[in-house]
Design a protein around this ligand. Sequence first.
Ligand SMILES: Cc1ncc(COP(=O)(O)O)c(C=O)c1O
Length: 272
Amino acid sequence: MVSTLINGIETSSIDARDRGFQYGDGLFETLRIRHGRPCLWSAHMARLAHGCERLGLPMPDVALLCDEVERLCCGGADGVLKIVLTRGSGGRGYRPPQDPAPTRLLSRFPTPDHPPENRMRGVVVRICDTRLGHSPVLAGLKHLNRLEQVLARAEWNDISIAEGLMQDIEGNVIEGTMSNLFVVQAGVLRTPELSRCGVAGVMRAQVMAVAGTLGIPVGEGRLGLRDLATADELFLSNSVIGIWPVRRLDSRDYVPGPLTARLAAAVDMCND
Ligand SMILES: Cc1ncc(COP(=O)(O)O)c(C=O)c1O
């Protein structure tokens, strides 16, 4: 079965001059595939379109992307799909070409073998030393510059630790290295605001929308380590894992709580 398509062609080679490779000039989406179909497709396409608008990249034809996803996922199996979109090759130095010919890279991967108890019992999480810089112009986007996450993820090898939380340069807790963070305080759901750094996750938006329909008060704001230490419940979200309750953060234990369980039961990871 095909596992990589670059601009619709079965190949794994990319032009060395591609700006995604040279400068991280592009965006990506990571989607869950269930029974051969991409989950939360519209939300991922909306984020990609928004990212393209912010970076001045032409958005690929969604019908074309759909055809390519179909080619990659036609076996009907579960897995993960990664879509990378770059500004393509060309331009002088950093200066982008006036008429870019973007590169579309679609790859299919097996579902990661995370222990199933991560969802039920929760995960152990640590605080990373690597901080997120402020870059309002890129905040929220799933752009290709991921060095801060790479450095943060290199901080631990202990396989019992599932995720690391990252603070910004001012000590605000922002997100995990590969996930967004939610905190429950006295029945209120809170998640860090992402105007200066962080990725506005598709699953984060899904969780906030579902909380709204369940009548759970939800808000974005600044959160510090103290808010985590005094929280009743903590959980992480991303499009592939869904929701993972946190059962331990450094030396503090949490009991995966009722609000996390309600949201995990109500969030449909695959609604289109
Ligand atoms: C740094 C970071 N934040 C948040 C997320 C969650 O995003 P999504 O819900 O769109 O999967 C990811 C996903 O990979 C991520 O890498």
